[in-house]
Design a protein around this ligand. Structure first.
Ligand code: GTP
Length: 214
């Protein structure tokens, strides 16, 4: 069994799922919802696991932390999560990226927690994955100010935070450099981050996994 890290792991499970046309958090793969799949991964290495979103319907699965500013997107969920975290670090993963390997998340977190960094984001062949977020809890107030000032796009939030905290404070980790992706092509690495936004994305994932869409 892996050692649990001092992290509250949040599954980002709010949002409108408008492109999908049905609630992405409740889609099922192999008899488990995407929320259950994400929670299961975080439980393997995070000391606490919670759902970020105004989702009382998911409260049977884990502690639910409602958005402080509902309807404003994932940045507002990050604000709420940092404030509610019981651990010194908070990790956020989107519910709609169900095939990201747990080893990748865990190896990323272990690497970051060994550094002095204040936070980290993952990147894949030069592309930032803005919804995979690891931040020290102490950044909650600053993030709250930024979100309160209308900075709701995660990518812009990262850029501003980078400037505000100074060089080296945020660690960009390339997923290709983690031990668990050794020997993978860059396409294979990028593929595991593919998130599910539309029925077409969902069907092609199900086809790829050789499973029946439910
Ligand atoms: N807690 C919370 N999570 C959100 C919110 N908006 C999006 N998310 C989550 O963030 C991740 C990425 O969401 P998107 O696909 O960009 O947005 P979405 O609203 O779910 O879907 P669309 O309506 O199709 O854009 C998913 O895991 C969502 O569940 C929000 O307002 N609150």
């Amino acid at each position: 069994m892996l050692e649990l890290l001092p992290i509250t792991g949040f599954v980002l499970a709010g949002g409108r799922s408008s492109r999908m046309g049905r609630d992405k958090a409740l889609l099922e793969l192999d008899g488990r919802t995407l929320t259950e799949i994400a929670i299961g991964k975080l439980r393997e290495f995070c000391a606490e696991v919670a759902v970020a979103g105004s989702r009382e319907d998911l409260s049977g699965l884990a502690r639910v932390v409602p958005d402080l500013r509902p309807g404003l997107g994932p940045a507002a969920a990050v604000e709420a999560g940092l404030s509610a975290s019981t651990q010194p670090w908070a990790l956020f993963v989107p519910v709609d990226a169900p095939i990201v390997p747990v080893e990748l998340l865990q190896q990323w977190a272990e690497l970051v927690l060994r550094t002095e960094a204040k936070g980290s984001y993952l990147s894949v062949v030069g592309q930032v994955q803005p919804a995979f977020i690891l931040l020290r809890k102490e950044l909650g107030a600053r993030i709250g100010e930024m979100v309160g000032a209308g900075e709701l796009r995660l990518l812009r939030l990262w850029l501003r935070l980078d400037v505000m905290l100074g060089p080296g404070s945020l660690l960009a980790v390339e997923a290709e450099t983690l031990p668990c992706t050794r020997g993978w092509t860059s396409t294979e690495v990028a593929n595991v981050f593919a998130n599910i936004n539309t029925p077409e994305d969902w069907n092609s994932l199900a086809t790829r996994l050789g499973q029946q869409n439910q």
